[in-house]
Design a protein around this ligand. Structure first.
Ligand SMILES: NC(=O)c1ccc[n+]([C@@H]2O[C@H](COP(=O)([O-])OP(=O)(O)OC[C@H]3O[C@@H](n4cnc5c(N)ncnc54)[C@H](OP(=O)(O)O)[C@@H]3O)[C@@H](O)[C@H]2O)c1
Length: 295
């Protein structure tokens, strides 16, 4: 192949998209980002089929990375039609366009396709979504593989990291509260295999460079922690007061939709596919890394 490898990235105004763009660019890839709102390093698009075809024919990407989604369960519950548009129709359209263009297609799904009643989920476990967000993401997985059997779908665990605009990640609001000396409640009975967003972006790059085989992979950290443990570790990394973290239990949660107690995932399939032994969880202080400004 001549010239730099080319990747098209969606979700450029969110948490993961800018990390993907930064990581691939740093590795020498030519990155085209598209977003509905203007942000540096990204071209504004309506995401209509016509515009997507044009952008794909202009940048001829070897890989299309879809990080766009309505990713907040509460928002999806309030706006199910928008959730269907962002979480099913857009990725299925992109999967089909990628196939037509001869590009690889990587898509982000979620651990919330599971109900969280057992935890320790593998790729072969049946999905059991219990809210609009989980249902739309699970349905997208099914339709993407129908429209593009060569697709790669990563089911991501909770991503931890600072977002580029400081307004998209759990860590942004969490660190803001601690810095302001505000207490933060964290569940002792809600378990996740969280992964730093930087680690996730590095694994996407490795998967692209190693030409991972098509299929479904769980992208999760090695450590299963409850939210309270997770919050205390992050407070320590931040040099903030750990006593601001207040233990709570899921039975006290009154919001909508209901929360999933244990969506921890096994990550062995991805580790074997990439030839790696560990996927660091949030115990690693790198979790506080930031994207260099104006990458
Ligand atoms: N963050 C996590 O902990 C986590 C965990 C598991 C899985 N995931 C999955 O990982 C992916 C990335 O998550 P994230 O946290 O980076 O999400 P995010 O911060 O909410 O960003 C979502 C991005 O998608 C864009 N978007 C939404 N609907 C769109 C549409 N119809 N057309 C075009 N762009 C659209 C948003 O653009 P606008 O600014 O225009 O709305 C935004 O750039 C998602 O698939 C999410 O479901 C995330």
């Amino acid at each position: 192949m001549t010239g730099p490898r080319s990747v098209l990235v969606t979700g450029m105004t969110g948490l993961l998209g800018p990390w993907l763009a930064f990581t691939f660019r740093a590795a020498g890839w030519q990155v085209t980002g598209i977003s509905r709102r203007p942000v540096p390093g990204s071209t504004v698009s309506t995401f209509s089929e016509k515009e997507l075809r044009t952008v794909i024919s202009d940048c001829r990407p070897e890989l299309i990375l879809n990080a766009a989604a309505m990713s907040q369960p509460a928002e999806a519950e309030r706006s199910p039609e928008e959730a269907e548009k962002s979480n099913i129709r857009l990725p299925v359209l992109l999967a089909g366009l990628a196939r037509e263009a001869g590009s690889r297609f990587f898509h982000c799904s979620t651990d919330l396709v599971f109900d969280g009643l057992t935890g320790g989920y593998s790729e072969t476990d049946p999905v059991s979504p219990c809210h609009v967000y989980g249902k739309t993401k699970a349905e997208a997985e099914r339709q993407i593989f129908t429209s593009n059997p060569d697709a790669v779908i990563f089911r991501l665990a909770l991503l931890i990291g600072f977002s580029e605009d400081g307004a998209h990640g759990f860590l942004d609001s969490f660190s803001g509260s601690l810095t302001a000396g505000k207490p933060v409640s964290a569940f002792t009975d809600e378990f996740r295999t969280a992964v730093p967003v930087k680690v996730a972006a590095d694994l996407f790059l490795l998967a692209a460079e190693k030409r991972i085989l098509p299929g479904l992979y769980h992208l999760a950290g090695d450590d299963r922690l409850n939210r309270y443990e997770l919050a205390r570790i992050l407070a320590r990394h931040l040099g903030a007061r750990e006593d601001l973290i207040k233990p709570a239990v899921l039975a006290e949660f009154t919001g909508s939709p209901a929360r999933q107690p244990d969506v921890s995932m096994r990550n062995q399939k991805l580790k074997s596919a990439l030839g790696i032994e560990k996927i660091p969880g949030i115990i690693h202080p790198d979790v506080l890394n930031r994207i260099p400004a104006r990458f």
